[in-house]
Design a protein around this ligand. Structure first.
Ligand code: GRF
Length: 321
């Protein structure tokens, strides 16, 4: 397995989800480790538990409304000092400023006690009972700048019992939360290294280009342009011949460009074994910090280099508008 993702948990209260995340991380196959627990309340009971479990904690003074930005600055410093990859909110009761969310885009997760998009915000269980729902649940989602509205990464359903009140329902949903959150966080932490997910991302981008088909090249998934018999313009080399990389192979302009890129950014570019001589450049995709916009640009460049003239002519005409 690749290195574990470094997770910070942010809490405001008892921290039962935090505890579930910490204990799940003790399993050898968990894809994350908890490197920091912190929050906006220095007296949150969850912090004492984290201390007792030997997890580093940071206790910031409770921020007054006017010191909000100071709090988030201090938090950013602590996250950077611990080289945090992902933030897990677990009962963190503060609205997070838009610029902070933007800076951590795709790297903050939250758990909410309803089946989103239903019952966002507070008072969930009361609302569920009031609407006479027969089932509810919990959701883990990415945090965006709209309350409880980022991409849902996983959900679990929980039955509503005839005698339930908000407290009994909350208790049962909480048991389900404790199962759901560690599993989904671990899956999400492993996602950048998951070759099926990587292939799906590439496929989605490649198919945005005209006349693209799927084709295999010596058993590796590839994409061709101009129908079934068309030329390959992209291949995925999945740990090909023992390589570390799950790489995207695309056509660069030639050996000079390839050498320059590989020397300048050896973490990103490489000479693929047995392919390099035929002009394929490797872009390593099993990394946490892949720039998918750049991958899209490479696919388009390679498509242009391989497409028949009738298609490139169309593209050039489109460029002029
Ligand atoms: C949980 O119900 C969670 O869904 C919500 O806040 C509560 C936190 O509880 N976001 P705990 O502190 O994890 O016990």
């Amino acid at each position: 397995m690749s290195e574990r993702s470094r997770v910070a948990i942010l809490i405001s209260g008892r921290g039962s989800n935090m505890a579930a995340l910490i204990y799940a991380a003790r399993a050898a196959d968990c894809a994350y480790e908890v490197v920091l627990v912190t929050g906006d309340r220095p007296d949150a009971p969850g912090l004492d538990l984290a201390d007792a479990e030997g997890i580093p904690t940071a206790r910031f003074p409770r921020p007054a409304a006017k010191d909000k930005s100071q709090f988030f600055e201090a938090l950013t410093e602590a996250l950077e000092a611990e080289q945090v990859d992902l933030i897990a909110l677990a009962g963190f009761m503060r609205i997070i400023p838009a610029d902070f969310v933007e800076g951590w885009r795709g790297r903050i997760l939250n758990i909410h006690p309803s089946l989103l998009p239903k019952y966002k915000g507070v008072g969930t269980h009361e609302a569920v009972l009031g609407a006479r729902e027969t089932s509810t649940g919990a959701s883990v989602h990415l945090v965006s700048n709209e309350l409880d509205s980022g991409e849902v990464l996983g959900q679990v359903e929980v039955a509503v019992l005839p005698g339930d009140d908000p407290k009994t329902l909350a208790e049962r949903v909480l048991i389900a939360e404790h199962q759901l959150y560690p599993r989904i966080l671990s899956e999400y932490a492993a996602r950048p290294f998951n070759s099926e997910w990587i292939e799906g991302q590439v496929d989605g981008l490649a198919r945005q280009l005209p006349e693209v088909g799927r084709k295999t090249s010596h058993g590796s998934p590839g994409w061709s342009v101009g129908g079934e018999k068309g030329k390959l313009f992209a291949i995925i080399a999945n740990h090909h011949h023992g390589e570390d990389a799950v790489g995207l192979l695309i056509k660069a302009s030639g050996p000079d460009e390839m050498t320059g890129l590989i020397e300048a950014q050896p973490d990103v570019y490489y000479w693929p074994k047995y392919y390099g001589a035929s002009g394929w450049l490797g872009v390593k995709l099993n990394r946490r910090d892949v720039d998918w916009g750049q991958v899209r640009d490479w696919l388009e460049r390679s498509w242009r280099a391989c497409a028949p003239p009738r298609l490139t002519k169309l593209m050039r005409a489109a460029d002029e508008f």
